[in-house]
Design a protein around this ligand. Structure first.
Ligand SMILES: Nc1ncnc2c1ncn2[C@@H]1O[C@H](COP(=O)(O)OP(=O)(O)OP(=O)(O)O)[C@@H](O)[C@H]1O
Length: 308
């Protein structure tokens, strides 16, 4: 049995179009399936919890949407050993499918899920935040604090993103919002503590992102060495007093030539604690989740089995 969780509004309506093609293929080939179409935030999480309960009829859970939908499913799913997860990308940024080198065609992806030849064991991260009441949220691509989260927050309420997204120009809208935010975003002093032993301090943190997968934000390669199945996270810290230098960092990340240079540093670890003096916005897989000064992220090794 195949269970689909579909976000029809992912990718500014691409989710609905992709789902039509998939449902058509499934019906044409008489393959049994159930589908849940989400109506808003949180529904994919609830559906995933329900579908992964122990007493359910076994089957493959396949997500149709962007990284936000995938994030909700991962966050809501119950693990009984490994979690088998299928994915058909239909989002705006599509970082996960790019990092996993998935085919561009939705039907091609579907065929791979129906006739698996190659499985990939994938890591995920857990972000913990809050002081008195600690909350935990899983992530599959990246989580971070600062500028990147501020862009996600702005994008979520942006009408321009919806309009450009429908025209297939989602990346352009991210660039525009990113540039606007880049000019206004505040920086902060702070530090990171890697695996509880190595403390590194920074004076002008623009953002810190914790990567399971190498890119975020629709193709910004901030952690080119991140490997989604090595049990480790790659931490990217972008910090410098000169915005001109940081602009160069952003452009290099966008063009895939991100290297070690002034303004950006990468670290590897299994677990990281992050402190910023000023409260900064936080995101997980591109979904805004409030403003914080303290975060902890850890990598859970190879607990998701995906067909790619
Ligand atoms: N029916 C719906 N209408 C509006 N929003 C929805 C609906 N179902 C789910 N959502 C919300 O849509 C948001 C965006 O989803 P998602 O991240 O999958 O798409 P995207 O932003 O286009 O893709 P990406 O994150 O890969 O750029 C998520 O916060 C999700 O909770």
């Amino acid at each position: 049995m195949y269970y689909f969780i579909v976000n029809p509004s992912a990718g500014s309506g691409r989710g609905r179009r992709v789902w039509k093609a998939i449902a058509c293929y499934m019906d044409l080939h008489n393959i049994e399936y159930e589908a849940i179409l989400t109506g808003g935030t949180g529904e994919a999480r609830t559906a995933a919890r329900e579908l992964t309960k122990k007493n359910r009829k076994p089957g493959l859970l396949i997500v149709v949407g962007g990284s936000g939908t995938m994030n909700e499913v991962l966050d809501g799913a119950m693990f009984h050993g490994l979690l088998d997860l299928g994915y058909i990308p239909a989002g705006t940024g599509n970082d996960l499918s790019r990092c996993l080198h998935m085919p561009k065609s939705a039907v091609r992806c579907l065929k791979n899920q129906l006739h698996p030849r190659h499985f990939s064991m994938v890591d995920y991260g857990v972000l913990s935040c809050g002081e008195r009441e600690v909350s935990h949220r899983r992530f599959m691509v990246s989580a971070g604090i600062g500028f990147d989260a501020a862009v996600c927050h702005m994008a979520a309420g942006s009408r321009m993103r919806g309009v450009l997204g429908r025209m297939g120009l989602g990346k352009l809208s991210s660039l525009f919002l990113g540039f606007r935010q880049f000019l206004h975003c505040r920086s902060s002093r702070g530090y990171i503590l890697l695996d509880g032993v190595k403390k590194v301090e920074f004076n002008h943190i623009l953002f810190i992102s914790c990567h399971i997968q190498p890119s975020e934000g629709g193709g910004f390669l901030f952690a080119p060495r991140a490997d989604g199945s090595d049990g480790r996270m790659n931490i990217c810290v972008v910090s410098h007093s000169s915005r001109t230098k940081l602009l160069r960092v952003m452009l290099q990340a966008l063009t895939g030539r991100f290297k070690k240079h002034t303004g950006a540093r990468n670290f590897e670890c299994r677990e990281v604690s992050i402190h910023t003096d000023a409260p900064l916005p936080v995101h997980v897989d591109g979904e805004f989740c409030g403003v914080q000064t303290e975060l902890r992220a850890q990598c859970i090794s190879r607990q998701i089995r995906m067909v790619i």
